[in-house]
Design a protein around this ligand. Structure first.
Ligand SMILES: O=C[C@H](O)[C@H](O)[C@H](O)COP(=O)(O)O
Length: 262
């Protein structure tokens, strides 16, 4: 029994637990950021404690690094790791091609660097994250502070020419000041509603000099594991073209309790 856990958290935990079973001793693992990825960190830490799983982990944010270290995971830098066997991360949206919007937690830059340094990327999510067309979730882009308003103007002009429905942009704030990412940059959220051509938008955004990276992950994710509150999980693998279902056992989930920090 796992008391006091919302259906949404149970769904995230189910996906995270299933993904954690893909990890074997000796692997170098990229750890995503966000509330779903936090469950993954807890599941891996439990396997390290209980089964002696020996892995090295590369976190994608200060937040995840602190959580992972606090739970006893062996944290190294990406440069120490070189390449990674797999990265497991959450997402804000995914479509049928497993293209993603990420960055709701402002960690998109490190997440994309870590994911693309990995042989495989697995996304863990609940079914609310699945969309027919990307764009209902505001697309985050990481921009450098220098010339912010000029960059924003260039982004808005560029959006006029693109296959998107909305063109509003907003600077993400933390309390009364612009949010500062782990890399010292800011986040512009693009309220596009519907992105017609996500690969083209991803490439075009990155041509604007003040844009460091955007939250569209195109052809990066290999597999998505979708969890449900009752423990059912569905795994879709884009390369193998397979869809598998399974049932996650929440037994011993008490060991994971604590604050599943976002
Ligand atoms: O920057 C944050 C990340 O891209 C997250 O992985 C994404 O926002 C999903 O987060 P959550 O699992 O909390 O919905």
């Amino acid at each position: 029994m796992i008391p006091d856990l919302s259906p949404s958290d149970k769904a995230k935990l189910a996906a995270a637990k299933q993904a954690s079973l893909a990890i074997e001793t000796g692997m170098r693992v990229g750890l995503g950021t966000g509330s779903t990825a936090a469950w993954l960190v807890k599941c891996l830490a439990a396997r390290v404690r209980e089964e002696g799983l020996a892995i090295k982990c590369v976190p994608t944010s200060t937040q995840t690094a602190e959580l992972a270290r606090g739970l006893g995971l062996d944290v190294i830098t990406l440069d120490q790791a070189g390449t990674l066997d797999v990265t497991i991360d959450g997402a804000d949206e995914f479509d049928a091609h497993l293209n993603l919007i990420k960055g709701g937690g402002a960690a998109l830059l490190q997440e994309k660097i870590v994911a693309t340094a990995s042989a495989q990327m697995i996304v863990i999510a609940d079914s609310d994250k699945e969309v027919a067309t990307l764009g209902a979730f505001a697309l985050p882009i990481e921009v450098i502070p220098f010339g912010l308003e000029s960059t924003r103007k260039q982004v808005e002009e560029m959006l006029l020419a693109m296959e998107v429905e909305g063109r509003e942009t907003s600077l993400r704030m933390k309390e009364t000041a612009p949010l500062v990412t782990d890399e010292g940059n800011h986040i512009l959220d693009l309220h596009l509603k519907r992105i017609g051509n996500a690969p083209q938008l991803a490439m075009t955004l990155n041509q604007i000099p003040g844009v460091v990276e955007n939250g569209l992950f195109i052809d990066i994710c290999d597999r998505v594991i979708i969890g449900s509150g009752d423990g059912k999980v569905e795994t879709r693998d884009i390369n193998a073209g397979t869809i598998e279902t399974d049932q996650v056992d929440f037994a011993n989930a008490e060991n994971l309790f604590g604050d599943p920090a976002p």
